[in-house]
Write a protein that binds this ligand. Structure first.
Ligand SMILES: Cc1cc2nc3c(=O)[nH]c(=O)nc-3n(C[C@H](O)[C@H](O)[C@H](O)COP(=O)(O)O)c2cc1C
Length: 262
C-alpha cells in the first residue's frame, strides 16, 4: 500500500518523539544511580591510593562505605591551606568548581597543563585515635599524552613518603599510557620520597627501571612505550605537590622536619 509523504514524515516524527522521551526519561531516572556509582568509584580509588583496598579486590558498596568510614574528607582553601568548615565535603564537586569562573582562577603556566585552579579542594585524611594525621590523600590531575588523568596521591604522616597513587579516569592508550593502572607499576611508588633535600617536589617517573626506594627514593620505573604519559604523571604530581597546588596545605600541617621528628 502506497503511503503519502505526509504520513511518512508524521510517522518518523512520532518515532523520534517516543525515542527522545524514552532516552531522556531513562537518563533522568538513572542520574541518581550514576552519581552514586561515580561517588563510590572515587571512594574506592581513595582507598586504593591509601592502601586500604587492594587494586583487584572485589568488595560490595557497603564494604567500601565501611572502610571509607576511617577516612575524613576535608575541604581546603587551595591558596591558604585553611580548612573551609562551612563547605560540606559530601556535596563538594571539585571538577565543577574548577570550571566555574566564579569559583576558580586561571592557573599559572605549568607543565601539567592544568588550566584552572579551584578556590577549594577536597582532600582526605586518615587520622589516628588522638586525631593525629596518619596519611593524607590528595586529588591530582593533569595532562598525559591524549587526555587529562584524574587520580589520588597518598602521603604518609611525614608528608613526604608516598604511600600510593591511583588514577580513576583517563583516556591514555590501553597497554601503553593505560599502564598507569597496572597494579605492579603503582606498587613501585610505595615508600619513595616526594620531596628532595631542598624541599621541592622531586619525585619523577624515569625512562627505564629505578632502584629500590631506599637507594633510589626520588625516581619511579618508567612505562615502556609510554614515555609521554609517564612524563605527564611526573608533571602533574610535581605540580600538585608544589606551591600552586598543595604546598600551602602541606606547610600548614607542619614542616617536614617537624613531622619527621614527631
Ligand atoms: C596508536 C598509538 C597510541 C599511543 N599511545 C600512547 C600513550 O597512551 N602514551 C604514551 O606515552 N605513548 C603513546 N604512544 C607512543 C608515543 O607516540 C611515543 O612513541 C612513546 O610515548 C615513546 O615512549 P618510549 O620512549 O618509552 O618508547 C602511542 C603511539 C601510538 C602509535
Amino acid at each position: 500500500m502506497q503511503r503519502s509523504p505526509l504520513y511518512t514524515i508524521l510517522f518518523a516524527t512520532a518515532v523520534c518523539i517516543v525515542c527522545a522521551v524514552v532516552v531522556s526519561s531513562s537518563a533522568v531516572s538513572l542520574k541518581e544511580r550514576q552519581d552514586f556509582n561515580s561517588a563510590l568509584e572515587k571512594q574506592r580509588n581513595v582507598l586504593i591510593a591509601a592502601g586500604l583496598l587492594g587494586d583487584k579486590e572485589k568488595v560490595s558498596p557497603e564494604e567500601i562505605e565501611s572502610r571509607f568510614a576511617s577516612i575524613r574528607g576535608v575541604v581546603i582553601d587551595l591558596e591558604t591551606g585553611e580548612e573551609a568548615a562551612d563547605i560540606d565535603p559530601l556535596t563538594f564537586d571539585q571538577k565543577k568548581r574548577a570550571t566555574d569562573p566564579a569559583t576558580s582562577r586561571v592557573a599559572p603556566a605549568n607543565a601539567a597543563l592544568v588550566k584552572r585552579l579551584p578556590d577549594y579542594v577536597l582532600v582526605y585524611l586518615v587520622e589516628g585515635e588522638t586525631g593525629a594525621i596518619e596519611m593524607i590523600i590528595l586529588p591530582i590531575e593533569g595532562y598525559g599524552l591524549w587526555s587529562t588523568l584524574y587520580g589520588f596521591l597518598a602521603l604518609d604522616a611525614d608528608l613526604e613518603t608516598v604511600r600510593g597513587i591511583t588514577f580513576y579516569q583517563h583516556g591514555e592508550t590501553a597497554g601503553l599510557g593505560g599502564e598507569v593502572d597496572n597494579p605492579r607499576w603503582k606498587a613501585k611508588w610505595d615508600g619513595r620520597k616526594a620531596f628532595g633535600e631542598d624541599g621541592l617536589p622531586t619525585i619523577e617517573v624515569i625512562k627505564g627501571p629505578a632502584g629500590p626506594p631506599a637507594e633510589d627514593p626520588y625516581r619511579v620505573d618508567g612505562l615502556s612505550g609510554a614515555t609521554l604519559t609517564a612524563r605527564g604523571v611526573t608533571n602533574l604530581v610535581q605540580f600538585w605537590l608544589g606551591e600552586n597546588g598543595f604546598g600551602p596545605l602541606l606547610d600548614k600541617l607542619g614542616t617536614r622536619e617537624e613531622r619527621r621528628a614527631a
